[in-house]
Design a protein around this ligand. Structure first.
Ligand SMILES: O=C(O)C(=O)C[C@]1(C(=O)O)C=C[C@@H](O)C=C1
Length: 314
């Protein structure tokens, strides 16, 4: 399997690839940006793309959400997720000391997670955003900057050394990565699944967001994430990214999707896939498969199809 990921070698995304597909990691293609990884999947040059989705401290990764919004429902789908614990080191060329550092490069999400440490220890340093933490480390090796905030493992890849370790402002940060594929079947339900949707509601309709949430609430579906993002169509035009703790094969989610489709301007199905933490879904009794099957059968008994009831249309 050929896998594209946000490169170069040494990113946290590469760690996610190793976790998801240890055998495929050696052949993986380090894409320069998230959109480039997704585009290579759309063009059929790779079988999967692994990209960062959200971080427990800094929130969602805009480049990924935007690229997926641009790709639309028919482009690519999420088929798995991977959680990676992130830890940051300040990497320099051998021989550089902390007081010699006047420029620091890293990915904006890594910058945000180490902002306090950088302000305390390098208040005068120029902070430069780079495409990834490993790209920043590579640029330090090339002489472009004095230091990079990167994964500890990136030091070996680029001949750098840590001048400081564990520099995150909060311990235990986790980044959630998603595995994208094109033209493959939805993975079967496992009892611990998530479904990602993008919904565009009628913005001028009072109660439209409440109506969207009700589709899940009345069917006993827990939402683990709800985020509004601009659609790009104009000021005040938003779409909602939703993570629902259910699988599209379950009756409760299928009915919720019917409700969303009827009441929203647009709904995009981005994939149903197993949760990385394998936490079993909490399904209330009134929303389990048995409850839906029993209720459906009852409705059918109430009004049999016209032909079967013997009624002749006039
Ligand atoms: O630059 C990397 O190493 C990445 O894999 C990207 C990324 C991100 O987009 O959040 C992943 C995890 C860290 O939070 C910092 C950067």
């Amino acid at each position: 399997m050929k896998i594209a990921y946000l490169g170069p070698a040494g990113t946290f995304t590469e760690q996610a690839v190793r976790q998801w597909h240890p055998a495929g990691a050696g052949l993986a293609w380090p894409a320069p940006t998230v959109p480039a990884a997704i585009e290579s999947l759309r063009r059929g040059e790779v079988d999967a793309a692994v990209v960062p989705f959200e971080n427990s401290v800094e929130g969602s990764v805009p480049a990924t959400l935007q690229a997926l919004q641009d790709a639309g429902e028919d482009g690519v789908r999420i088929c798995a997720e991977v959680h990676v614990e992130v830890q940051f080191s300040l990497l320099v060329r051998p021989g550089t000391s902390l007081d010699q550092v006047v420029s620091v490069a890293t990915h904006p999400h890594a910058m945000a997670q180490t902002r306090g440490w950088l302000a305390r220890h390098l208040p005068d340093a120029a902070l430069v955003p780079e495409a990834s933490t490993a790209r920043a480390a590579q640029a330090v090796a090339e002489g472009g900057y004095d230091a990079a905030v990167a994964a500890p493992g990136a030091a070996d890849a680029y001949g750098l050394v840590p001048v400081a370790e564990h520099i995150a402002d909060r311990d235990g940060a986790v980044t959630r990565f998603v595995v994208l594929r094109a033209g493959v079947a939805v993975p079967p339900p496992t009892g611990s699944d998530r479904t990602t949707l993008v919904a565009l509601i009628w913005m001028n309709r009072p109660g439209a967001l409440l109506e969207l949430l009700e589709q899940f609430a009345v069917r006993g579906i827990d939402l683990s994430r709800l985020e509004s993002r601009p659609t790009g169509e104009g000021l005040g035009e938003y779409c909602f990214w939703i993570d629902a703790d259910a699988h599209v094969a379950e009756a409760r989610l299928r009915e919720a999707l019917v409700g969303l489709r009827r009441t929203c301007r647009e709904v995009h199905f981005m994939g149903s896939y197993p949760r990385a933490d394998r936490r079993p879904a909490q399904v209330p009794e009134h929303a389990d498969e048995g409850a839906y099957a029993e209720a459906q059968a009852w409705v059918e008994r109430l009004s049999p199809p016209a032909a079967a009831s013997g009624a002749s249309p006039r």
